[in-house]
Design a protein around this ligand. Structure first.
Ligand code: ISE
Length: 334
């Protein structure tokens, strides 16, 4: 069976998904495309052998679409996800599920009302082989009891429109999700401090920043976020346990030894670093759809990440420690 996928948004992430879904992912094809940029949508649709729609609503409702990928700007995600629920169609929604926790609550309530899981949130790191190995080691007791985590999240550059708050809501939101998943706990409190400002940061931008997350059972997770590091994309972590540590390095394909120096390439951006994870995310989503199962990061995960992001933004503004109060988890997500 081939699943017909409608893709909303043909910017960089949407285009990346369309490319993967057009040939590389088994059991799926792109049947429908929508973007506010009609010309771009038409060109992408032609390349993919898909139909270009005039609105997201029409794409979602169309019989050409069995399931939907949402890669539009974040503020549109809740409304488009709700439309997918109304049409009874599974949806892979890029992060964030909603830009506010109230938006996410609306999505949660609507999904709970359908009585089944329909949305998966695009936290693709859960599909990365390296993170999966780290989680398997921690879960298998390979380092004893996990006590604390050091993590690094660096982007070479960001556009001038990227704000200090976005370091939390757009970048470190991945660590919020990753360490909730990896450690199997919620985040109880978060503290964010801006470091000395890089001269490469745009006016008004506070970069780098350091985030301290306190997990519900006392594990501490410390993350450096640096979005103007210049040299490349660098995401790493080390989980420190009572009997040892497990480390995820930035992956290295080749090493060059010459003139007494060893050099190794660094990924240019997150699409290159997580290309395989994006592929696995789509393939596992499609494989699940054939049995009617949506099992990846849930609306609850999307809500929790956004709620922690809100607390982190408040902490950055006040230099204070912010507790994270989550609602009761609906049974659908337990
Ligand atoms: C970007 O939006 C992403 O989602 C990347 O995975 C992340 O590493 C980057 O920092 C974000 O800006």
């Amino acid at each position: 069976m081939t699943v017909n996928i409608g893709v909303i948004g043909t910017g960089s992430m949407g285009a990346d998904h369309i490319q993967k879904l057009s040939g590389r992912i088994a059991g799926a094809r792109v049947s429908a495309v929508f973007d506010v940029d009609r010309e771009r949508a038409a060109a992408v649709a032609e390349g993919a052998g898909a139909k270009a729609f005039d609105s997201a609503g029409e794409l979602i409702a169309s019989s050409d679409t069995d399931a939907v990928v949402i890669a539009s700007p974040g503020p549109l995600h809740p409304e488009q996800t709700l439309a997918c629920f109304a049409a009874g169609k599974p949806v892979l929604c890029e992060k964030p599920l909603g830009v506010t926790s109230d938006d996410c609550r609306t999505v949660l309530a609507a999904e709970v009302a359908t009585g089944r899981r329909l949305v998966q949130v695009g936290f693709m790191r859960r599909y990365d082989a390296g993170y999966r190995q780290v989680k398997a080691t921690v879960d298998g007791g390979g380092i004893g009891e996990a006590l604390l985590v050091h993590a690094v999240h660096r982007n070479p550059v960001v556009p001038d429109s990227f704000t200090a708050d976005m370091s939390m809501t757009d970048s470190v939101v991945h660590e919020f999700d990753t360490f909730r998943w990896l450690l199997g706990q919620e985040i109880a409190a978060v503290t964010v401090l801006a470091a000395k400002r890089s001269p490469r940061a745009a006016a008004g931008m506070r970069d780098p920043q350091v985030v301290l997350m306190e997990m519900t059972d006392g594990v501490l997770v410390e993350v450096e976020s640096f979005v103007n590091c210049q040299y490349g994309y660098d995401v790493r972590c080390e989980v420190v346990g009572s009997e040892g540590t497990v480390t995820l390095e930035n992956p290295v394909g080749t090493s060059l030894n010459t003139g007494g120096v060893r050099s190794q390439p660094v990924p240019g951006d997150f699409r290159a670093r997580f290309a395989h994870a994006y592929h696995e995310q789509l393939q596992e989503w499609i494989d699940g759809l054939s049995t009617g199962t949506v099992s990846g990061p849930s609306a609850w995960d999307g809500y929790a990440a956004t709620a922690v992001g809100e607390a982190a933004v408040r902490s950055l503004a006040t230099r204070g420690r912010m507790e994270v109060e989550l609602d009761d988890q609906p049974a659908l997500y337990r």
